[in-house]
Ligand binder design. Structure first.
Ligand SMILES: [Zn+2]
Length: 56
């Protein structure tokens, strides 16, 4: 058996509302991308757009 599976290079991360800590979205992320992901997205709990940051 030759070759290592390359599909492991992509991981699934959650986008967590920075205000209420709810996991509202998830995204696929390349492991080689070292920065934390941040997006402004709508949070149904806060009922407004908030900053969502990468979480586990
Ligand atoms: Zn929220």
């Amino acid at each position: 058996m030759r070759g290592v599976a390359k599909s492991k290079a992509v991981v699934q991360v959650y986008l967590v509302c920075s205000e209420c800590r709810t996991r509202n979205y998830y995204k696929k992320k390349n492991k080689q991308y070292k920065k934390k992901l941040q997006f402004r997205k709508y949070c149904p709990v806060c009922k407004k757009h908030t900053l969502h940051v990468e979480g586990k």
